[in-house]
Design a protein around this ligand. Structure first.
Ligand code: T4K
Length: 375
């Protein structure tokens, strides 16, 4: 076998989906076939909402068909208008949700210690038109939710957390998903916990849950009454069943990721010019991503050179989150998108590589990855 064929066969991807046992999934599919109830708040949908509320230690969960629609719907449910303060260092869906609601995103720089929005820079971005803050727990690292809430309370703003990466993350035993007015999750195939495509919204009270459930079902409340201009973003029974099965094995998957993080950190700590995040005290992390940051001068190679070298060796790392959202054509004309407003975000986006990180990485995969980075 030549080198090219070997590498093509042995590719190590940045992530790999957690898949349920196929026989168990088939049994559940049989139940769905027997019942002929395949979507619209079916039995597995109800079971998954209850099981997730329990697992995540949150009061109410509303399932969605992906992680973007709960962001859009949260803004509708809270009747957000005007300007929304957010981070440029995220997946583009965060800002798109603001745009799709006819609001203006206002970018605030990040804290280089966490990659999350810097709370100390939020107040300077507030105007009379600001109605909400949309922070992101990037890579599952908790935002400074206490400080953000203080600012929101002072200025009468809503807070919607894009918690797409923060499945199962806890601070001092409490779910990070309970912070703010609402939090949203993504259950995409590439996430720690997946339902193939899927997502959820977390809220504090039953009335909000009812309103959100109406909104994701075209605004229908009952059979003949439409109470709001809703959308269709319901999760079907197949994916809810798949989600129930994956919930049984997600803790094991998170522990496997944790072990990979330990090996990466041990090998990378002495490497000149490579930095990474350590665990935060009191936090239950989910190890959803393993970003490293390349200082080209000290490392002796640029981020993009290392990225290309990994690719040549069959290691498909990703540069999440490069380019910055504020650099995409839709947003770069905004005043807050000016690079001099976002120096920390630019530095992080220009130096980041997310190493392969998932539950099924073998010792050999980890070693091959490290061989590429530790020269
Ligand atoms: N907010 C934040 C902060 C987010 O990060 C995201 C999504 C959202 C909101 C929106 O949530 P969703 O509407 O997507 O639920 C991925 C995902 O599509 C996206 O969900 C995710 N964030 C984003 C960070 O990454 P790509 O384009 O990088 O994925 P892709 O298809 O290149 O896959 C990466 C690797 O994963 C592949 O090289 C191999 C592996 N893979 C992927 C898929 C889809 C598999 O092994 N099997 C698969 O089925 O966007």
């Amino acid at each position: 076998m030549n080198r090219e064929t070997f590498i093509a066969m042995q590719q190590i991807t940045v992530t790999s989906p957690l898949l349920p046992n196929l026989d168990e999934f088939h049994e559940m599919l049989q139940q769905i076939w027997d019942s002929k109830w395949i979507t619209n708040n079916g039995s597995f949908h109800k079971q998954l909402e209850a099981a997730l509320a329990d697992y995540l230690k949150v009061p109410y969960v509303s399932l969605f068909t992906n992680g973007t629609l709960p962001l859009l719907t949260a803004m509708q449910a809270l009747r957000i208008t005007g300007e929304v303060i957010t981070t440029p260092y995220s997946f583009v869906a965060t800002t798109h949700s603001i745009w799709w609601n006819g609001c203006k995103p206002v970018f605030v720089d990040i804290d280089p210690k966490t990659g999350n929005i810097d709370p100390e820079k939020i107040e300077a971005a507030i105007t009379p038109k600001t109605t909400a803050i949309m922070p992101v727990h990037v890579y599952g690292k908790p935002c400074d939710t206490g400080r953000i809430q203080q600012i929101a309370d002072t200025y009468g703003l809503k807070v919607i957390y894009d918690a797409a990466h923060a499945f199962g993350v806890e601070v001092n035993g409490e779910s990070i998903l309970n912070a703010g007015d609402m939090s949203t999750l993504s259950f995409h195939a590439t996430k720690v916990y997946n339902t193939i495509e899927g997502g959820a919204m977390i809220m504090h009270d039953e009335a909000t849950k009812r309103r959100v459930d109406d909104l994701k079902n075209f605004g229908f409340h009952g059979e003949v009454t439409v109470v709001a201009p809703g959308i269709n973003s319901k999760m079907d029974e197949m994916r809810a069943a798949y989600g129930l099965l994956n919930l049984r094995q997600v803790d094991k998957a998170i522990e496997a990721r944790h072990q990979v993080a330990i090996k990466y950190r041990e090998a990378l700590r002495p490497v000149e010019g490579i930095t990474f995040f350590d665990d935060m005290p009191g936090v239950r992390h989910n190890y959803s991503y393993f970003p490293i940051f390349v200082d080209a001068e000290r490392y002796g190679m640029t981020r993009d050179e290392l990225y290309a070298k990994m690719k040549d060796n069959g290691i498909l790392s990703r540069r999440y989150f490069y380019p910055l959202i504020s650099d995409f054509s839709t947003y770069r004309g905004l005043e807050s998108a000016r690079p001099d407003n976002l120096p920390n975000a630019h530095k992080m986006a220009d130096s980041v590589i997310c190493l392969p990180m998932h539950h099924a990485l073998s010792q050999e995969d980890v070693e091959r990855t490290l061989e590429c980075v530790v020269k």
